[in-house]
Design a protein around this ligand. Sequence first.
Ligand code: ZN
Length: 505
Amino acid sequence: MSDGTSRLSLYRRWRPQRFADVVGQEDVVRTLRNAIVAHDVAHAYLFAGERGIGKTSVARILARAVNCLRPADGEPCNECPNCLAVSAGRSLDIVEIDGASNRGIDHIRKLREEVNFAPTDLRVKVYIIDEVHMLTTEAFNALLKTLEEPPTHVIFVFATTEPHKLPRTIVSRCQAFEFRRVSVQAIEAQLKRIAEAEDLRLTDAAASLIARRANGGLRDAVVMLEQAATYGRDSITDDAVLEMLGLAPRETQVAFLDAIERADRAALLSTIDSLTERGKDLELFLGDVIALVRERIGRGEGAVDRDVRLARGLLAIRTDLYRALDRQVRLEIGVLALAGSLADAPAAVSGTRGAASRPKPERPAEKAPPARAAAPAHEPIAEPRSERPPLPDDALALWHSLLGEIEKDRIAIAAYLTEATPSVEGKLLVLLFSPEHTFHKESLEKNENMQYVAGAVRRHFGDGWRVDVRIDANAQRKALPSEVLLEKARLVCQVFDGRIVKEAS
Ligand SMILES: [Zn+2]
């Protein structure tokens, strides 16, 4: 190896070399070590889980452990000739294949011939196939034949982020392990360990910020740490991390949330202005603000019903920002409308609610549905009209109890559902979306969402009830106080050439 150890990326340098060093996959590691100690290693393993959480690292440790000349307690010694050969990538008996770029039958045919030869320099040949779900059907079939009669000197490790795409026949021949996302605490602790060893000054706040941003992926976290170290010249503060990632500090998020709740339009607009000027990512910012509301709901603080409405409005705005080019204007209009609707809404409205067992979340019901903050621009305000007979009272009550439950459990789904007009055909609940809400309909139709909604419908309406979603031009929305505000903002926006002036109301 070259002497460029310091040039090696932080992530590669901190790659675990022993099972005990693997962060956050305790169950997997314990089982593998026990198997090695008991000389009971399987012929094929399936490592499933998100990217960057240690699948390949564990596969490589396993490759050394089964070949180590002086293993201790299931761990490789990392010093014997075998361990060194594997670590240095010198052994012909350890083969790593990227399933994404070697998808075809030819590669697997070659592999099938090779596996029959005895190992050249080690005890056991280990084939690590990454992203194995990418293989073609033909390649899988060829692989399957090898798995049916595996030579004793071979171990396969298949790694995948999408185990559901693997043929059952393959999965059933593997011992499968599910790798978990690494917890925020575990990532934080590891970042601090690395920083200390590498002489990086990392503040607690920065460590926690990176850990939360990494979303369970240790590799991403270490890469972020390294970037931050380069960025902040070895002194890593939360400010430096925020700056690097284009994020706003928490105080700004809190103040922004506060401004929405106080309907302080000037503060909202000037904050958005300043974020844009400083090149912050508005969508990420909104995501952070939503997370604040979510935390508050989770802590059971404040008016939960109001917070749910607030979160739903913010989610709708974020949906609107996604893929939009004019994000600043959309965010401005969205939060102005949301602030307006929160201010207009009465503090509590007792609607027709079905579930008496639950505390009734306040819901303005038909009188004033939640903020339609994210309507696309240039859309005329819909005339109130309804060609379908209204939902009978008892069904309406059931619908509200269903929404109430989903709001607490899956707020994104609730956000989509609130745009629907429910209607009943026999034992079929039909959710009608106006054409402009095609996105909501399509989001709901995603398999897992639909199953969830169908389950909720059965729980609230009864067994035998089914649910369907449709686009219906008649499913139009009523003009609401918030939309009047929205329309005003739009007019102002048009007049001033796409820029909203501060006095939008
Ligand atoms: Zn060894």
